[in-house]
Design a protein around this ligand. Sequence first.
Ligand SMILES: Cc1cc2nc3c(=O)[nH]c(=O)nc-3n(C[C@H](O)[C@H](O)[C@H](O)COP(=O)(O)OP(=O)(O)OC[C@H]3O[C@@H](n4cnc5c(N)ncnc54)[C@H](O)[C@@H]3O)c2cc1C
Length: 477
Amino acid sequence: MPLMSPEEYKASLRDGRRVFYRGEPVEDVTAHPTIGLAVDHAAIDYEMAHGGADRELAVVDGPVGPFSRYYHIPENAEDLLKRSALIERATALGGTLVVLIKEIGTDALFALHLIAAYMDRETGTDYLPRVKKFYEHCRDNDLAIAVAQTDVKGDRGKGPSDQVHPDYYVRVVSQDAEGIVLRGAKVHTSVSTNAHEIIVLPTRNMGEGDEGYAVACAVPANAPGLTMICSGYGRSGNEFEHPIASKHKMMETLTIFEDVKVPWERVFMNGETGMAGPLAKTFVEYHRFTAVSYKLPLVDLFVGASYLMAEYNGILRANHVRDKLAKLISYARILRGMTSEAARECRMVDGVAVPDVETVNIAKLHFATGYHQALAWVQDIAGGLLVTGPTEEDLNDPRLGELVEKYLGAAGGVSAGDRLRLMNLIAEITATDFAGYQAVLAIHAEGSIEAEKMTIWREHNTAPAVEYAKWLANIKD
Ligand SMILES: Cc1cc2nc3c(=O)[nH]c(=O)nc-3n(C[C@H](O)[C@H](O)[C@H](O)COP(=O)(O)OP(=O)(O)OC[C@H]3O[C@@H](n4cnc5c(N)ncnc54)[C@H](O)[C@@H]3O)c2cc1C
C-alpha cells in the first residue's frame, strides 16, 4: 500500500475503537471537537510525506516503494541526523508540539529489533521474525503507532508482584495455542486515540516472580477489551489568544486492557524477566533522542519571541535583557549541539545505529532542569501583559479598538494588535494551560529527571578523569 494521504489517515481511524472523553463515549474520534484537533495535528506527518517541500525529508525509497522516513532503521550517524531533522521540522509545523504518531512507535520498533535479536541469539527464542513482520506491516501500510510503556504503578516503592492487587502493572493472565491474554492499565499513553497500533512495552526491570509482567506486544487500537479514557485537558479558545493550542494538540489516555487477546505473532516478549529492563532502557535510548530533537523548535521560539518582545518593549539595549537573551541562546544552542553530537557519536549494534546514550541523557537533563529558569527569563522580558491584556473582541470593537491601540502600542510604532499577538504567543508557551502541559512534558515525558541522572551516572566513564586527578596529586597506586 502506498503512503496514506491525510484524508485516508483520518478515515482509517473510524474503526470502532472504544474511546471515552469526560465520561462520554466517542463514536468518531476525527469528528470530536477536542480529539479531532489531535487527529488534525497528527495528520502533519502524513501531510509532510504527501507532497511539497518537506517530502524529500519525510520519505525514503524502499523495497516495496516509498515509505515514511520514520520507519527507516538508522544505519549510521547521517540517518540519525536526518531522523532528528524530520522530527524537528514536523514539530515546528506543529507549533512546538511534537506530532509523535510515528516517532515513538519507531523508537519502540528499533529497540524491539535489537532486543529480539539478542534474545534469539542468547536464549534460542524466535522473536525477531515476529518483530520484523510487524515492523513491515506498519511500514508498508504507513501506520500510526502509540507506545504504552508507563504502567499505573501503584506504590512506587514496590515491584509489580508486591502491589496490593496484581494489576498495577500490565500482565499476561493466561496463554494458549493462539496467544496471550493481557490485563492491566498503562497511563499517559500519547496519541493512542489516533493511532492504528499500540505497542506495549515493560516499564522497568523485573525480577523473579514478575514473569507475567515481562511482556511486550502489539495491539490494534480497536482490539476487543481495549478501552481508552482521555485526559480532560482540552482545546483552547480562539486563534488570537491561543495561537498554538487552538490548532495543535496531543491526546493522552489511560489505556485499559481488560483481557485483550494478542496472537503469538504479535508477542515480542513473554516472561523473560531479565530482558524487561534492557528493552525498557533501549526504547528510552531512542525515545530521548526523539525528545531532544522535538524540543528544538520550542527553545528556538524562546529566543525568537523574547528578542522580538524586547524590541517591541524598547529594552533590547538593556544589559540585563541582553544577559537573559544570551542565556536563552546558550540554553538552545547547547541542546542543539548535544542532539547532533549524540547522533554523530552513535554506536553500531547488529547493524543498527544507536544514539550515544550518555550524550542524549545529558541533553535531556540540560533541557528539563533548565526549563523553568528559561521560562522565567522569557516571562521577565515580556512583562505582565502576558496575563492581563485585552482581548481580540476589544481590539475589534469600534468603541475600544482605538483606545487599546493608543495605550498598548509598542516601541518603533509597532501596533497594539501585533504587540498583543506576540504577547499571546509568549503566554501560550509560558502562562496558559498549554504552557503548563509543555512544562510537565519537559519534566516527565520520556522518563523523569532522576532516570536521566541515573543513566548518566551509569554510562559515564570516570576512570580517565580520576587518573588525571591522581597524577596531578602525585598519588601512586
Ligand atoms: C505529556 C506526557 C506524555 C507522555 N507520553 C507517554 C507515552 O506516550 N507513553 C508512555 O508509556 N509514557 C508516556 N509518558 C509517561 C512518562 O514517561 C512518565 O510520566 C515518566 O516516566 C514519569 O512517570 P510517572 O508520571 O508515573 O511519575 P512517577 O514515576 O510517579 O514520578 C514522580 C516522582 O516520583 C519519583 N519516583 C518514582 N518512583 C520512584 C522510586 N521507586 N524511588 C524514588 N523516587 C521515585 C520520580 O523520580 C519523580 O520525582 C508521558 C508523560 C507525559 C507527562
